[in-house]
Design a protein around this ligand. Sequence first.
Ligand code: C2E
Ligand code: MG
Ligand code: MG
Length: 840
Amino acid sequence: MEMKSEMNPINNPISTIVNHNLLTCRPDDTVAHCAHTMQAHGCSSILVEENGMPIGIWTEKDSLRMDVSNLAIFDRPVREFMNFPVKSIREDVTIGAAAVRFKEEKVRHLLVINDDNTPIGIITQTDVILKHGEEYYLTVKTVEQTITQTAPMAHESLSLHDTLKIISNSPQAAVCVQFEDGYGIITEKDVTRFLSQRQFPQTAGEAASRPLKTISKDANLLETRNQLVKTGFRHLGVHNHNGDIIGLISFSGILSSLQFEYVRRINTILEERSQALRTSQNNLHLAHKIIEASLDGIIIADAEGKIAYVNPTFTHVTGYSAEEAIGHTPALLKSGRHEKGYYQKMWEQLKKDGYWQGEIWNRRKNGEVYPEWLTITAIKNDAGDIFQYAGIFCDITERKNQEKQIQRLAYFDELTKLPNRRLFSDRLNMAVERAKRHDSKLSIMFVDLDHFKKINDTLGHNTGDAILEEAAERLKKCTRGEDTVARMGGDEFILLFPEIDSVDEVIKVAQRIIDAFSKPFTVQEHTLFVTASLGMSVFPEDGEDVETIIKHADAAMYRSKAEGRSTFNLFNPSFTEQGMRQLQIETALRSAIAKNEFELYYQPQAKAPNGNIIAAEALLRWHNDEIGKIGPAEFIPIAEEIGLISEIGTWVLETVCKQLKEWRDKDYPAMTIGVNIAPEQITNHHFPKLVQDLLDQYELNGSCLEIEITEGSFIDNPEQVKSNLHALKQIGVRIAIDDFGTGYSNLSYLRRLPVDHLKIDQSFIHGMFNDEGNRQLIKTILSMSENLGMQSIAEGVESQPQAEFLSEGGCSIIQGYFLSKPKPADEFEKHFQIPTKQKE
Ligand code: C2E
Ligand code: MG
Ligand code: MG
């Protein structure tokens, strides 16, 4: 696994995190005054200035060195207790480098200065760790592996004076206080508080805060850090399975356990020093000192490959002393794990490029095989001949182990390598806590691919996976390094924008994502269009906790789906109910057939102008006990989205066939029933066979069925649809184009299809007398269908004048409330007994 470079807060300059709230005081200010100032500003340090020059820093830790039995202490000048000289760091130094400084100098505060050496703030270890973001390293270790000492402990009756001694000797700068019935804690922060209040308690018990918050020894450092941030405490007790306190963990404990040195070694020193080695080819003397002190193992060999020099780290890693190694070739370290060809290639490249870098398995003197990261540079003399080789390496056993552990900890999605739900939620929790503290905004975004299930089902999971990987890439390209793109599972992604100034920023990203997804995906030989629907919410406007903003971003995403997909929405309170309802419908739909919740209604169609009922349309009705009645206009699109439409459609077809057989058995006159067929059904090449089988099963003629498809059915696979229509036509089934005039039919294409009826969309009929345009359109459709040799059906006819206008225009068949509303089968049967009927 490679180190994550995309997530690189440690490469940001410290100016991005420094607290500009720089507290200053004069050397003669009293400690009580200074403590009070620090307390009031929630700072843990203060800069002591004299004549505008920084001369010292006084920190909470320094208060521990005071003699608390002496009450005059409160009025002593701070100069007696401050640290000097002031250690400073430039604002353009990276966070990672700052962390190294903290560790090397063993300080916890550094004065941040700008180009002109003007102090601009104080940076603490805590600032660094909060911003660090290196979850990789934090997840690797448990608390138990990190705490090196037992918790410093004071009995409640111990005097404060002696207790403070314990604190100042403890690396955690805190002490656990043992009571009869549990534990409390005193930290240096408490001591500052006492100073500022000008009053010291007498005993540890009086001074302690209770109870001591604890964390299990098995928790990892990431969880611990999150817990520290969440509680706002600087220390947590570490408890074992029996509940005993076995240690204390603090931010600085976590920080020192972070493997900065290691990161630095791998990433920076290796680069810089091998660079230095290359450029100082003629100046090995100069490099000598660095080499001796290097944390990396270094070997220098002559042109024949005989070792001429090794540094102390070499001995440390391999176990061979300089005397033992010199004169041998590096084959001394051969592990036997690599083929001969491996070394051959290495030498070839070295001779050709003068440089080789890679991972290699070697064997220590004690027989142990270990992996190292090795860089070899060929050193040439003035004549251009190689006269030496320099090898620099580090032992990466630890890193390998960590990689394994990291994989095991499963914070990442295997397919896309993105953070998974768990890591996302960790980061979101952190970001929310931070936003609360800094009074800032953050945003999250749900991204759901449209119709992804269809791709998976029709083109297979490999194609689906390739699309998901590509989608992940596109999402990452649309975001910044500090944002998180995570995969929630399936075709759902979630993004975190941890710090935003305004909503506009997120809207811009959303637009970028929509644009990125408007380009086709090429997978194997397929060119596919996969759009995405997005929903965003903003903290704190749209919710003050993690659950709420997630719920609201989800609701906003559902709104985008409802609006026709490939769009984005920012949360709006009106969305929630709708989103919930959609979810409720989805869930209920899955069991609707099994629970027998569907029913078919029938709406008659009459011949104009005499009004004889010649056919009917079957319309699906759904009643769910919890939701109530839901219309097909609402649930059919949802059934399509979740892949249930074919199953429901088959139920409809079979129910119609059953009904037709029942009516025939009752000797009612033969009647054609129109059945609405979804695009997914008519595109399926099994469809004609399904219809044929049902007709056979119920001993029916093809002519008693008319399938109604919409113009949208021709988009995906027109050839298949065409061939299906011909097959259906062959068995006598009639074909109608439903909602005609609203889609985008290709008329010349339509001409080549075996279509019997065009059903003029109801919107034209409803608007007939408001708008001359609608009347024109109706007339055009009527004459066009005549030209194409088809008949037209007007649907949604509600009044006599509408019916008359249509019949005058040559419309052959009428359907609508004017004749009858759709009715359950038993009520519909009455139409058979009254052959001529104009109006209810
Ligand atoms: P559609 O196929 O265009 O059906 C006609 C719709 O217009 C029906 O709505 C019907 O109740 C309504 N309607 C009929 N006469 C009038 C009238 O005079 N005035 C007004 N305002 N409306 C009228 P419904 O039943 O709500 O169905 C809506 C849509 O749901 C249907 O439009 C159809 O596209 C779909 N649908 C219904 N049943 C099924 C089904 O079994 N399978 C599939 N795939 N879709 C179905
Ligand atoms: Mg219809
Ligand atoms: Mg219609």
